[in-house]
Design a binder for this molecule. Structure first.
Ligand SMILES: NC(=O)c1ccc[n+]([C@@H]2O[C@H](COP(=O)([O-])OP(=O)(O)OC[C@H]3O[C@@H](n4cnc5c(N)ncnc54)[C@H](O)[C@@H]3O)[C@@H](O)[C@H]2O)c1
Length: 351
């Protein structure tokens, strides 16, 4: 089974990737967890499709409780977090027990934050079910909830005990969310891996599904190597934000309703590359490759009408951009990225 190991000074854990893994997840959990109680946090959509199956897998060996939240970003809130805490306490969970995040990035971030903070930390595992969660959010230890003032403003670095990835689960994912995850896969190609980018450009839909296990492995591998060198996001890890700075401004402007996260990142990646080319930083023609691949995966690329002042203000409020300089991620060419420190007064050239 393709396995990666995250090796950080304070924490080591495996990422296991295998089609059909959900059908023997109990066996995998028994290898890393010897107690009885498991609280499974999931959302309504995932529960409807997979709730019964996961219960059947676990109920002979463990005492389980399902905590089900509404699907979507609204569940990454303080009020939902409080309900999760209460349900965990009703289950009389202790620091010797286990919490499972079983869902997309929303469930992963919410559950991870609950696990990090309740009783000063309860071990948890990630069983990601969306493409975005399988290639990105379940790996790297960032957990958070949102505040009315912005996304992910209350959070922590808290790593799971293990990540169990079953690509078969993606068969039930809605196409829009699948494409959403594809935007982040394309991002990995842009910042680190030209072969991945070229493969994605050439695959037929059937080939893409056939190679999904390998693609997930490649993305997790890129994220693992970056996180191992810069766990706390003070340098290289910022490369993972390629397309995100402008993407966040687009998402926010449209109140997180019109564009999904991946769609907004797609627009951000194309736009910054177009600007990079115009400034002579990015190799000519790169933006056309990005446009081609985004169109192939039903992702937008054109910046929607937005006021430049507003974009600059939003970028300035981004928690990564305090001080005189802003960090913007650009690419030299497909597969080669770097962080450019730009003075606040010069930021217009990239917008
Ligand atoms: N922690 C990190 O490092 C990190 C990185 C990137 C994004 N994120 C966060 O991830 C979140 C977005 O994650 P997401 O895109 O997975 O959204 P999500 O969790 O809302 O899932 C998307 C939708 O797919 C449904 N779904 C999930 N798995 C399914 C399956 N197998 N079959 C059918 N439906 C399924 C969900 O119910 C939901 O409706 C955002 O909050 C973002 O901030 C975190």
């Amino acid at each position: 089974m393709p396995t990666l190991n995250i090796n950080l000074p304070e924490k080591k854990y495996p990422i296991l990737i295998k089609k059909g893994m959900l059908n023997h997840i109990g066996e995998e959990i028994k290898k890393i967890y010897k107690n009885k109680k498991i609280a499974i946090v999931t959302d309504n959509n995932v529960e409807k499709i997979y709730g019964q199956r996961i219960k059947e897998q676990l109920r002979n060996d463990f005492e389980i409780k399902m905590i089900v939240v509404e699907p979507g970003e609204k569940s990454k809130s303080i009020s939902v977090l409080q309900n999760v805490y209460e349900e965990l306490l009703d289950f009389e969970i202790t620091r010797g027990d286990l919490i499972m995040a079983f869902g997309g990035g929303v469930v992963g971030d919410l559950t991870g934050f609950a696990a990090a903070t309740l009783l000063r930390g309860i071990p948890f595992i990630q069983v990601p079910t969306s493409l975005l969660a399988q290639i990105d959010s379940s790996v790297g230890g960032k957990v958070a909830v949102n505040l009315p003032k912005g996304k992910n403003l209350v959070g922590n670095f808290y790593h799971p005990k293990a990540v169990f990835i079953d690509p078969e689960l993606l068969k039930t994912l809605d196409n829009r969310f699948f494409c959403d995850g594809m935007a982040e896969i394309i991002k990995y190609g842009c910042i680190r891996d030209q072969n991945l980018f070229d493969d994605l450009l050439n695959y037929t839909k059937e080939e893409l599904f056939e190679h999904l296990e390998k693609i997930i492995y490649t993305c997790c591998h890129i994220k693992k190597s970056i996180v191992e060198r810069d766990e706390l996001d003070t340098g290289e890890r910022m490369l993972l934000n390629f397309g995100h700075t402008l993407g966040h401004a687009v998402e926010k402007h449209y109140r997180y309703e019109k564009y999904t996260h991946g769609e907004a990142v797609a627009i951000g990646m194309y736009h910054i590359t177009k600007k990079g080319e115009a400034m002579g930083i990015t190799e000519k023609g790169t933006k056309n490759f990005i446009k081609e691949i985004l169109c192939k995966y039903d992702l937008p690329y054109e910046m929607p009408p937005m006021d430049q002042e507003e974009i600059i203000k939003t970028i300035g409020l981004d928690k990564k951009n305090k001080g005189q300089y802003m960090n913007m991620v650009l690419i030299k060419k497909i597969g080669e990225s770097f962080i450019e420190k730009i003075h606040r007064k010069d930021i217009e050239v990239l917008i």
